[in-house]
Write a protein that binds this ligand. Sequence first.
Ligand code: FES
Ligand SMILES: [Fe+2]
Length: 392
Amino acid sequence: MGQSRPLHKSTPGDVESDPSTAELLAELREYLRPDPPAIGLPPQVFTSPRLYEAERARIFGSSWIMVAHRDQLANPGDYLALDIAGEPVMVTRGEDGRLHGMSPICRHRMMPLVESGAGSAKDFTCPYHLWRYHLDGTLAGATHMRGNPDFDPAACRLPGFAVAEWHGLVFVNLDAGAAPLDGWMADVEGDLANYRLDEMVQVVSWTEEWKCNWKIAVENGHENYHAIGFHPNTVKPLMTGGIDMEVRADSTLMTRLLTRTEVPMETSVLPLTDEEKKILFSFRLFPCSSVATFGESVAWISLIPLSLDRTEVRGGTLMPAAALEGADVEAIRKQTEAFTGVINAEDRRGLEAVQRTVGSRFIQRGHLSPKEPGLLAFYRNLAFALTEADPA
Ligand code: FES
Ligand SMILES: [Fe+2]
């Protein structure tokens, strides 16, 4: 007779009830030690549907995610729609000039109001039975509903999400009551002050889908070690001082990384110090958003899960508006687009190959190099979010 185990009713955030997930979490907790082991994540964290459900509930349900630059939402009516870990999300610029975040799912019978992408609209009409919503998510009208006394049009609106703009970068948080974004960004205000992000414009932007688990992409973004393998002719030549990434006073959710260059970078309009001209500075805001500087260019990138094994890569390159005055902007745009396109393709090809191995029975946790300290910062935040933090 086999031993019977009590049936355990589970919820999306209730991961302890699955013995294999509980084991994974126990291994993740090791990263919370003051002297964490320099070893990679257990491979099952990239394949476990239960762990992904926990990530959806405990991480993506309540984290600030960078989704755009304000240039993509410049005018009233501009909107963008995307998925954050399986949750449809829309951000609009309202008639009042303010940003609004909301669920784009019709309150009648679940029809999505818009497809993923971007556009401009005066309002949103549901394609199914033509209910209409304002740019701020309130109901503008519902056809043939007067006969239902229980339906209150004034109370009907799309559920709101939190949105915030930080120096032109637009963030959304599925938790409408989330703690303000500014608190998490305070540490990097000083680091980036001389880059004058408010005076930058977006020269190119991109949205791509990579067939890999989001953490495979985020890990990759926490180290330059891979420049020697994936980017020998693109990123590596920019690393004139080597590929080391130093962690600068790490704080909760925010990891600040820098790489020193041998050759100072040219600047024409930004008041960068001599020290800043020899630093590639970047930050990673847990779980998946980042900003990186290269002289007068600044890139933002977000690696947002679409499913367990697909990731949306959103990003853009910013430059000071003053540096573009009188320049051949179209030529700069084309050149930047071509360069970032090649780098993204190099990462994508490599990371999709890594994803193809994650189901192998013969993989094991790998030892990390001293050249990838940023990974341990990411692992610590991941472990904290999945094991300690209060689920939303
Ligand atoms: S589902 Fe939108 S109007 Fe019916
Ligand atoms: Fe890369």
